[in-house]
Ligand binder design. Structure first.
Ligand code: GLY
Length: 305
């Protein structure tokens, strides 16, 4: 068994270890852990602690993937709902679909008994409004949000540089690989924007025969490259984990136009090797690692490429 997650995972990492040690299947163990991250106000890029979109509404994205069956459930731009990773698992279990977004996802949540949740933290609301007050004229503020948002989306592009998320990858006691993601997405995003966290093959992918990968930071890049799928396909084609991740990084670096920012890749292979790398990021990037036999999880530093 093993568990790998990004730095934001700290509120739920031990919970997922407990679940894996208890024999729980990977997806379920990861949904348990991520539920704790989604409720933690100190995690400023996921669930309750995250940042709203440009008009001050929280829209969360999440996904689960079972690498043994390659079944996926994903939700995007979900309003008023926590925990969204659990809702993504319900998409996988109950619907003949892979992804449900927006009001449809909220409708599903209501059908399944998820309460209407106030996801916007008062501090996030305050910071969001103060940022708008700095940027907009008195006239535009009075008319807000019925003003053109396109210029604003460039002016206040992610002022806090929050394009993070939480990603968990596990190998469970049955040797199944799985991936689960959750995020509030890019701070001050245009309403309805989806990042890579719900998009299969971009923000996550798992195939128990070969490996699994998940990304944080700039989903606008990993969606263009299909980064997580590149890594798992490269493993399938016989690349080492080192070479598979290098290939994904090469593809990301080939992007010249469009929005370019930081990306962090978390990857494991079926032999329980792992590699975490960052590109275009300031300062050290941390991640959490645990393997059965280890008494405690370790916080490690990603390779900066
Ligand atoms: N990687 C998270 C996002 O782009 O929303």
């Amino acid at each position: 068994m093993m568990l790998l997650a990004n730095s934001e995972a700290w509120p739920g990492f031990s919970r997922s270890i407990e679940c894996l040690n208890g024999g729980m299947a990977g997806v379920d163990a990861l949904v348990e852990g991520i539920g704790a991250v989604e409720r933690e106000a100190k995690v400023r890029s996921v669930g309750y602690g995250g940042w709203p979109n440009m008009i001050g509404r929280m829209e969360c994205d999440a996904a689960v993937m079972d690498g043994t069956t390659r079944e996926i459930g994903a939700v995007g731009a979900v309003p008023d709902t926590l925990p969204v990773a659990r809702l993504a698992r319900e998409v996988m279990r109950r619907l003949p679909h892979v992804m449900v977004t927006g009001e449809g996802a909220r409708r599903l949540a209501s059908e399944l008994g998820f309460p209407l949740d106030e996801v916007l933290h008062p501090d996030s609301k305050r910071v969001w409004w103060e940022r708008l007050e700095k940027e907009l004229s008195a006239e535009a503020l009075a008319a807000f949000p019925d003003i053109p948002l396109v210029p604003l989306s460039h002016a206040i592009t992610d002022p806090e540089r929050v394009r993070d998320t939480t990603v968990f990858l596990a190998k469970d006691a049955q040797d199944g690989l799985s991936a689960v993601t959750s995020t509030s997405g890019w701070a001050w995003k245009y309403p309805g924007r989806l990042g890579d966290s719900p998009i299969p093959g971009a923000g996550y992918y798992a195939d128990s025969r070969f490996g699994a990968a998940a990304c944080t930071h700039t989903g606008e890049m990993t969606m263009r490259c299909g980064t997580a799928r590149t890594i798992v396909l490269a493993l399938r084609l016989g690349h080492t984990l080192e070479a598979a991740v290098d290939l994904a990084v090469t593809e990301l670096r080939e992007l010249q136009a469009g929005f370019i920012g930081g990306v962090v890749i978390h990857a494991v292979d079926a032999g329980e090797r792992h590699r975490v790398v960052s590109i275009n990021c300031d300062g050290p990037i941390y991640y959490w690692y645990w393997k059965d036999g280890m008494a405690d999880p370790e916080k490690r530093v990603a390779e900066a490429l």
